[in-house]
Ligand binder design. Structure first.
Ligand code: SF4
Length: 235
């Protein structure tokens, strides 16, 4: 039986739950318990979800995509949070050397074909890392707008047969900050420099006040997502 067949039951059973309460339920009982990973960028708002997962079960697998183009500050922040929260199974995954050699030998694919670059550096490694899991947890929120504005809390990923869980889908930026302060969680070091959504160095800039949080990602291009979520949002 595919885990997707539990979608309606899970939505009914956990209607009205999100955040920590939802994670406590899904990670400890039912078809996703022991079969779910958190995928985290260790970016501007990641500490909140990482803290929740660590509170429920610090051995939950956490997948971190190291594209080879990340800020040094993000790597340092990951190490800081892993130590602070006691996360016990952080899996750093990256692009295959053969794929980089074939598609991006000079490291400039991002400037010519960013969709292919994201595919090689993010989508393919993530697909491999998620093999064997029935579900994955993401930190996407509706307030991030664009394709995320209608985000459900539990959603099917038809292409893989997995469920995706978005415990913070309905949270506002203020909710996130309130939780961060309540739990005394450190900020990503680039936040105070105006970065509100943080990806690769080459494709991220700070945003001005009044701009959407993700306006600094792939600015000037008709691209708003790296692709790891696109297939099912477009479906
Ligand atoms: S965000 Fe930019 S550098 Fe990073 S994988 Fe995508 S296109 Fe490549």
């Amino acid at each position: 039986m595919s885990v997707l067949e539990h979608l309606d039951d899970l939505r009914r059973a956990y209607e009205g739950l999100d955040g920590l309460a939802l994670l406590r339920a899904l990670l400890t009982e039912g078809p996703l318990a022991g079969r779910t990973a958190l995928v985290s960028s260790f970016g501007a708002e990641s500490a909140v979800l990482l803290d929740m997962v660590a509170t429920v079960e610090p051995a939950t697998p956490v997948i971190f995509l190291d594209t080879g183009k990340l800020f040094g500050e993000t790597q340092a922040y990951r190490e800081e949070l892993v130590d602070l929260l006691g996360l016990r199974d952080v899996r750093v995954v990256g692009p295959r050397a053969a794929a980089l050699g074939r598609y991006d030998p000079r490291g400039d694919l991002w400037s010519r074909e960013p969709d292919l670059c994201c595919h090689v550096r993010k989508t393919e490694p993530l697909q491999e890392a998620l093999e064997g899991f029935a579900g994955w947890i993401t930190g996407r929120k509706r307030f991030q707008a664009g394709l995320r504005s209608q985000l459900p809390i539990i959603e099917p990923e038809w292409s893989s047969g997995r469920l995706k869980v978005n415990p913070l889908a309905l949270w506002s930026a203020d909710d996130i900050e309130r939780y961060r302060l309540l739990r005394n969680l450190p900020k990503h070091p680039l936040v105070d420099q105006g970065y509100r959504s943080i990806g690769c160095i080459t494709c991220t800039r700070p945003v001005n006040s009044g701009e959407a949080p993700r306006a600094g990602r792939w600015w000037g291009l008709d691209k708003t997502e790296c692709g790891i979520h696109l297939q099912d949002e477009a479906a």
